[in-house]
Design a protein around this ligand. Structure first.
Ligand SMILES: Cc1cc2nc3c(=O)[nH]c(=O)nc-3n(C[C@H](O)[C@H](O)[C@H](O)COP(=O)(O)OP(=O)(O)OC[C@H]3O[C@@H](n4cnc5c(N)ncnc54)[C@H](O)[C@@H]3O)c2cc1C
Length: 452
């Protein structure tokens, strides 16, 4: 257990002063839009290969999803399409701190999904075939073994799905550290630098227009997280994407009830590097209905049905805000990206109360442990809950990497390697065909294999 951390340990990643760039590069081989884990990992891999790359982030590096997530680095229970990328990602995480010379909070601490019923345990078993195919150490553990990993719980589980080789990293550390590594390798990392749009010549990308000026380039990567659909729409590209809000708490350092990550119907809980816990509710995800919900409803039906137990639907000001949002804008005036530099949703107070109650129910020995920080993040997801990665057919040179859902942090470094390969034309060995945007339009059945 370490000394207690400052109260804004996580939230100061985004609740701090903006630092606009002193100077903009005139040109770059590749311009990346978005300083989340996907954008910075791609920049790092490109810069290491000597590619002249500029990354533009409208707010702070890791200011949105990549700084707000639970910090799980998980292979277990993934969609089969993500397996080659996550296996590669784990290899990168294991050597990341040594390679970049900075702590990212990574540790191989294991991941457990605990089952309350035999039927749930049987469902978990179905994934063992995938684990076998990729040579993972995933197995079903008995209730007795589970009790060794999760100590002193008041809940009696039937057993669980366990992967010892899974791990965790600290979101407030990892993405900024990778961004600094990219900079040390020559990338220009520009924060408080919103991209308003792109310019084309003969239909091909020719430049990126930012709020601080223009960068000439023939290649752009849109890794804009929750903003990708809106950015693409302004270019006439339909990208089905919806957002759900997740509420998260951080506790003070406390007794060790587990070393890794645990999910069950009550909680998603992870032991932090500082000896506290990052905790979320097991069954509360908020979706605020917006015009996009209606626009993409048909494509998202399978995901909505799958998540019906967890999703809390509501209608509020988000509907009006999105309705009023311009679909296109001039590149010489303020864009919606500068207006909302950081997407900073309010935590759901009901979820916070539920988390407190569930901590006390599952781990009575943590009942006196204080919740010291609370935040929320918008998870953006695609209809089949796996990413969209491709060079668009409509605008040659314009690439997309988005839709990583609630599991893009762990896979981020692997995605960065694969996307850098796509941009340079060098085969990373990680297949990307399943992630093409057109799968949502060419009649391919939309079948989510994992949850949001
Ligand atoms: C509450 C929560 C819990 C999660 N838990 C986990 C977990 O435990 N494990 C896991 O693997 N994943 C988890 N995830 C998912 C994971 O955080 C995301 O999938 C991942 O961080 C996505 O990274 P990204 O780089 O694609 O997007 P982001 O991190 O959202 O980055 C996109 C960036 O683009 C910037 N941007 C947008 N538009 C523009 C523009 N026009 N100009 C310049 N910049 C722009 C934004 O400001 C933003 O910083 C969780 C997510 C949330 C919210």
């Amino acid at each position: 257990m370490s000394e207690s951390a400052p109260a804004d340990l996580v939230s100061r990643t985004w609740a701090c002063a903006f630092a606009p760039p002193a100077k903009l590069p005139a040109s770059a081989d590749v311009v990346i839009i978005g300083g989340g884990i996907v954008g910075v990992s791609t920049a790092w891999f490109l810069a290491k290969q000597g590619v002249n790359v500029a990354l533009c982030e409208k707010g702070h590096i890791a200011g949105e999803q990549s700084g707000r997530n639970w910090g799980w680095v998980r292979q277990q229970a993934r969609d089969t399409r993500e397996m080659p990328m996550i296996v590669e990602s784990l290899k990168i995480w294991r050597g990341l701190a040594d390679e970049i010379g900075e702590d990212v909070g990574y540790a191989q601490t294991g991941c457990l999904f605990a089952a309350s019923t035999d039927a749930q345990l049987e469902d978990f078993s179905a994934w063992l075939e995938t684990a076998d195919e990729y040579g993972l150490d995933t197995r079903i553990v008995s209730a007795a073994e589970l009790a060794q990993h999760v100590r002193g719980s008041a809940v009696e589980w039937r057993g669980g799905l366990y992967t010892a080789s899974d791990g965790r990293a600290e979101p407030h550390k990892a993405t900024p550290a990778i961004a600094r590594a990219a900079e040390r390798n020559g990338a220009a990392v520009l924060s408080a630098c919103a991209v308003r749009g792109i310019e084309t010549v003969g239909g091909r990308v020719s430049a990126v227009v930012t709020e601080h000026g223009t960068i000439k380039t023939s290649m752009v990567l849109c890794a804009a997280g929750a903003w990708s659909s809106m950015f693409c729409r302004s270019l006439g590209i339909s990208l089905p994407q919806l957002k759900v809000r997740g509420t998260v708490v951080r506790t003070a350092p406390a007794d060790s009830v587990l070393d890794g990550n645990l999910f069950d119907d009550h909680l998603g809980i992870r032991r932090r590097q500082d000896g506290g816990y990052t905790v979320a509710h097991g069954t509360i995800l908020d979706h605020s209905i917006t015009p996009s919900t209606f626009r993409f409803a048909f494509k998202f039906l399978p995901a909505l049905m799958q998540e019906h137990r967890t999703l809390r639907l509501s209608v509020g000001h988000d509907f009006i805000d999105e309705w009023r949002m311009p679909k296109r804008w001039g590149l010489d005036s303020e864009s919606p990206f500068e207006k909302t530099r950081v997407l900073n949703p309010e935590p759901n107070p009901r979820a916070v109360r539920g988390i407190r109650k569930n901590i006390d129910t599952v781990f009575p020995q943590l009942a006196d442990t204080e919740i010291v920080e609370v935040w929320a993040g918008m998870v953006e997801t695609s209809p089949d809950v796996v990413p969209i990665i491709e060079e668009t057919q409509k605008i040659p040179g314009f690439h997309i990497a988005t839709g990583f859902s609630g599991h893009g942090f762990g896979i981020g470094p692997g995605a960065g390697k694969a996307i850098a390969g796509m941009l340079t034309g060098n085969d990373s060995g990680i297949p990307l065909h399943e992630f093409r945007l057109n799968r949502f339009f060419d009649g391919t059945p939309i079948r989510p294999q994992s949850s949001v």
